[in-house]
Design a binder for this molecule. Structure first.
Ligand code: AHG
Ligand code: MN
Ligand code: MN
Length: 367
């Protein structure tokens, strides 16, 4: 029989990489795994428990919040607010930093999370996920501040995601490779199923929402044609797969090779910023991608080098095999001067601040 490694054992064994570790971090990761089990349980019985469907609320991006979004958001907060391991949290679903209640101790880490990623897929039984990222506190004082939240991704202490798919998996890295665990629902344990994940050199897929092609800048358009083997050297086309849940699209490409892109575009006055969130989505996946031998870019350079200037900042995202992502940067550099002129000041934090990057104009779907 092969060695059976629970997530608890694995996290504990990882501690040897950190001489002087107190176990705080280990416990923090374990609490996240426990939150994952609770969210997974609700995800699996969502239809039965009348949890499917939107609430009346809107989040800070003006999107309808789904009931499971709110459940996942609360579970993650409640699992972590009282442990004395964190000094603050931040969630995609809340405008501001979430403070640790005053009657609880605070600790030396901050947690940022997207409680439910791909929430438009909840109602239709398609894979969804959770994304989380942990930074060390860099300011003094007991409570965490915005400076603790807004750190470049290369300073992450750990990051991971949970995918609620045909099975539930937790994938994480603390900077020593990427490891995947599958939830055995019969015993309620995450068991090591994918040790030391490396993105395969062979590319299989590209993932993009093709319906936005009319909004793309010419470099992105040419790049996608190149992925299809229709431009430049005319290679073999990659398969196109797009679920519309970033976690699920990323997870597939991580295991099978390929590239995910959500570029900046022209769809409205903020379209050049892209859609995905730097702090709640891109940093964590960029970190995991890098740990697995891949690369993540905003179309200009390394996502992990970007220091966010806003908690809810958006970012264009190109994520996957290094050579494919570098090729995207090249197409953009050579063709998309107009986009670069808009984006670079925003990237540098010089563009006029727009609260939460909220979209102003809504376009009617073609009927
Ligand atoms: P969230 O559900 O956390 O708001 O994220 C949705 C994101 C991401 O998961 C997905 O890849 C992307 O939105 C899909 O956007 P489009 O529908 O514009 O393709
Ligand atoms: Mn998301
Ligand atoms: Mn979300």
């Amino acid at each position: 029989m092969n060695k059976i490694v629970t997530i608890e054992r694995h996290i504990f064994e990882q501690q040897k990489h950190y001489p002087g570790a107190t176990g705080t971090f280990t416990s923090l990761l374990y609490d996240l795994a426990l939150a994952a089990k609770l969210i997974s349980r609700e995800t699996n019985r969502a239809g039965l428990a009348n949890l499917i469907g939107a609430t009346e609320g809107e989040n800070v991006y003006g999107e309808r919040q789904q009931k499971l979004d709110m459940f996942a958001d609360e579970i993650i907060f409640k699992m972590n607010d009282h442990t004395g391991r964190l000094c603050a949290m931040a969630s995609e679903e809340h405008d501001d930093i979430l403070s640790i209640p005053p009657h609880y101790d605070t600790g030396k880490y901050v947690l940022l999370y997207d409680p439910l990623d791909g929430s438009s897929n909840i109602d239709v039984n398609v894979s969804i996920g959770t994304i989380w990222a942990i930074f060390r506190k860099v300011t003094s004082g007991a409570q965490g501040t915005m400076d603790d939240m807004l750190q470049p991704g290369h300073q992450l202490a750990a990051a991971g995601y949970i995918i609620y798919g045909s099975s539930t998996m937790m994938v994480y890295s603390t900077g020593h490779g990427v490891h995947g665990f599958t939830l055995d629902t019969s015993v309620g344990e995450f068991l090591l199923s994918h040790p030391d994940i490396r993105i395969p050199d062979q590319h299989k897929y590209y993932s993009v929402n093709h319906s936005y092609e009319k909004y793309w800048y010419s470099g992105v358009r040419r790049y996608v044609k190149w992925l299809q083997g229709l431009y430049g050297e005319g290679g073999k086309p990659l398969g196109n797969r797009y679920i519309g849940s970033l976690v699920a699209d990323f997870h597939r490409n991580l295991l099978q090779g390929g590239v995910y892109l959500y570029p900046g575009d022209t769809r409205d006055e903020n379209g050049y910023q892209g859609k995905l969130r730097l702090t709640f989505e891109a940093q964590a996946l960029a970190y995991i991608c890098r740990q697995a031998g891949g690369y993540a870019s905003d179309g200009v350079g390394d996502i992990l080098d970007l220091k966010p200037h806003n908690l809810h900042q958006r970012v264009p995202l190109f994520l996957g095999n290094r050579d494919l992502v570098l090729k995207a940067e090249k197409f953009i550099r050579e063709n998309d001067k107009e986009w670069l002129n808009q984006y670079i000041p925003f990237r540098n934090g010089e563009a006029p601040k727009q609260k939460n990057g909220k979209k102003k104009k809504k376009e009617k779907a073609t009927s």
